[in-house]
Ligand binder design. Structure first.
Ligand code: TMP
Length: 234
């Protein structure tokens, strides 16, 4: 597998072309940003942790019948993935109130919902990822109604699989963000699933085990990514 030119560089990852059609390399960086890139730093070992964690979770989801862009882990901070057309909508599933849900609606953190919520936002740093409903997505032509329905169903299935797995290692899945892409006429899960894109709390201590430690300067940032990689067995 020959690595070719850089196709895209985002805040936390780089995509490289390969000599194989339809496959690209997803490289995980140690760069960390928050608040649409306003806060920036390096978190040593984050790239390796997120690559290993995402590889493990994509493998688990595939085993449970969820199609993802994951092909295989290539090395410590790179994976081989299918080249998808990313749908410019972020899908967020919440099991417990936290983050922007608390800020927006003035509720306390930690309220356990009787059923998960699914919300969508426009993937745009410029406009600060604004919340969108199905109609907004449709009129903006970001996805069709059928695609939105499929994404919502898949997001809830993924939530059940992740909650069960994380419960078995003593971790609560508070909320998470997914990105989907189009590939050969199908909508498949893309991007990453990691402490950068999920909120995880320890079941016993309720300690935050995710990027909130970086966002809000809670300390133990590097240690937390390393601990999550170890607990997930990535
Ligand atoms: P929020 O509470 O800030 O809306 O975040 C919900 C979830 O989405 C949380 O698990 C973190 C994740 N997330 C991202 O992956 N990327 C982002 O840009 C933001 C704001 C949140």
């Amino acid at each position: 597998m020959e690595k070719r030119e850089k196709l895209y560089e985002g805040k936390a990852k780089i995509i490289y072309a390969t000599d194989v059609n339809d496959l690209v390399i997803q490289h995980f960086k140690d760069d960390a940003t928050a608040f649409d890139g306003v806060k920036k730093d390096t978190v040593l070992g984050k790239g390796v942790a997120n690559n290993n964690i995402s590889s493990k979770l994509f493998t688990l989801l595939e085993k449970e019948g969820i199609k993802t862009h994951f092909e295989k882990k290539l090395n410590e901070n790179e994976m081989l993935v299918k080249s998808v057309e990313i749908i410019q909508v972020e899908t967020i599933v919440r099991n417990i109130s936290a983050g922007s849900f608390c800020r927006k609606y003035g509720v306390e953190e930690g309220i356990v919902f009787d059923k998960p919520t699914v919300e969508f936002s426009y993937k745009s740093d410029e406009f600060h990822d604004p919340l969108m409903n199905d109609d907004h997505i449709r009129v903006m032509k970001l996805a069709t109604e059928a695609e939105i329905d499929e994404i919502r169903t898949k997001a809830l299935q993924i939530n059940e699989i992740l909650k069960k797995f994380f419960d078995s290692i003593g971790i609560i899945v508070v909320d998470f963000k997914l990105e989907f892409g189009r590939y050969k006429g199908e909508v498949i899960l893309a991007d990453e699933i990691s402490p950068d894109t999920c909120r995880f709390w320890d079941k016993e201590t309720k300690k935050k085990l995710d990027k909130d430690r970086f966002r809000f300067d809670l300390g133990d940032v590097e240690e937390t990514y390393a601990e999550m990689m170890k607990r997930i067995g990535g």
